[in-house]
Each structure stands twice: as structure tokens, then as C-alpha cells.
Design a binder for this molecule. Sequence first.
Ligand code: NAD
Length: 254
Amino acid sequence: MVDLKGKAVVITGGARGLGAAAARAVVAGGGRVLITDVLEAEGAATAAELGDAAHFLRHDVTSEDDWRTTLEYATAAFGRLDGLVNNAGIASGRLLEEESVEHFRRVLEINLVGVFIGVKAAVPLMRAAGGGSIVNISSAAGLTGLPLTGGYGASKWGVRGLSKIGAVELAESRIRVNSVHPGMTYTEMTASVGIRTGEGNYPGTPMGRVGVPDEIAAAVAFLLSDAAAYITGAELAVDGGWTAGPTLRQLTGG
Ligand code: NAD
């Protein structure tokens, strides 16, 4: 288990899925967490499940005002900010030529502009705390050109680039910025497009299965922790080998 004692962390889109798993990992490591999301009932229930170490606030990541309120809340509740996990996101699954300009812009607004506003808003607080760790949730779709990811893939490549820029600009302030790239992981987002959990259910991935949220959360908790003190600007694929290359079977036709 990763040691996060004394750390105060904000996790966006934490009502369910990967964000909720990351919130559980932070609390399990001894940290405190402010979960934010637009899903109020689910967010409040997730925080309640985690007890006194967890809070919930409604927060739309595309709103600068909401970011201000969120960070004021974190300061009042924790007195400091050590970690930010920019996890909120929405999917898109159309061919480029079938994607509408309106939806493409909406996906970028939430998945990329939301991350940018969050980084900008959190930096002064982290500086005041003497440093911090920002973990931006990109995707395997931000490491390779996946078909049918339209605005989603473009936004996740953007998150990967933004993380590198943040890493070099903020290193002197002792703020680390890294991106995590989950492969296909079983959550509400992927269940809605027919992904199932269990062994042998994802033959296109070398490990042959989809991931589960706790496996992504473990990587997030590590990057938030002091065990990752010399890691910044890294892109951590947590994808069962999906972006490492083709499976042996694909290559040999077996
Ligand atoms: P999810 O849909 O279960 O959770 C996403 C959360 O983000 C939801 O609770 C949603 O309400 C919230 N959200 C959406 N728009 C928001 C907004 N404007 N402001 C605040 N919150 C908002 O999906 P998930 O699978 O848990 O995905 C979490 C992150 O991981 C996303 O960024 C997603 O792109 C990324 N990801 C997921 C997978 C996967 O296979 N599940 C793979 C790669 C990357």
C-alpha cells in the first residue's frame, strides 16, 4: 500500500469509476480527499462510504468559477493541497467524418480545457504547500491513434502534451505533473459500450483482459506519493500491454 499520510488531494469526476477508485486508494493510503463531480447523488454517496477523510462538492470542470469554489473548499477543509487528479472526462466513439463539430468541441472542453483550468487554479495552492503532484488521466487513446475515438483521442493526446509542459514549467516549484494512460477498464463509461469484466474478454490486448478500476487507482496513488518523488513528465501506461505492440497471436496469425 502506498503511503499518503498527511496528503490532501482533489479528484475530479470522482463520483464513480476510476475517480472513485482513486479516492478509495487515497483514503486507504492515509490521505484526505475532496471528490468533485457533476453527479451529486453518486458523488455524495461515494464520499459518505469513505467516512470523515472524504468530502464531496458539485463541480463542473469546465467552469472557472467552480474551480475557484472547489479550491476554496479544499483550503477550508484541509488547509493545504498536495495532489490533484484531473480525471473527469466523457467519451466519444464516432469516425472522424461522422463526428459533429459541436460534440468534438464539447469533448475537448471537458477533457482538455477542464484539465488546463484545473492545473492553472491548483498551482498557487500547491506552491504554498511547498510542492505537489498533479496526475492527469489521459488514455491509451492518448498514446496511439485509435480509430473511433474522434474528439476523445484528440483530447487525450492534448492531456499528454499539457502534462509534459506542466512538468517542465513547474519542476522548480516542486510540483510534479504526470499522465496516466489507462487501457480498456471496466467502468460505467465502458460498460455502456458493451465492455465486460473478466479473464479472456479482450483478446486484442496482450494480457487478454480489460482492467479493473483499482489497477488504475494503484498507479495514480503511486504518482501522488513521495515514492514517485523523482518522477515528472512521465506517461504511465496501465493497459495490459495494449499500447506496447500487437499480441503474439495477432503477429503470428494463431
Ligand atoms: P465514468 O464515466 O465512469 O466517470 C467519469 C466521471 O466524470 C463521471 O462521474 C462524470 O459525471 C464525470 N464528469 C463528466 N463530465 C464532467 C464535468 N464537466 N465536470 C465534472 N465531472 C464530470 O468514466 P471512467 O471510465 O471512470 O473514466 C474516468 C477517466 O478515465 C476519464 O477521463 C476517461 O476518459 C479516462 N479513461 C477511462 C478508460 C476506461 O476504459 N474506463 C480508459 C482510458 C481513460
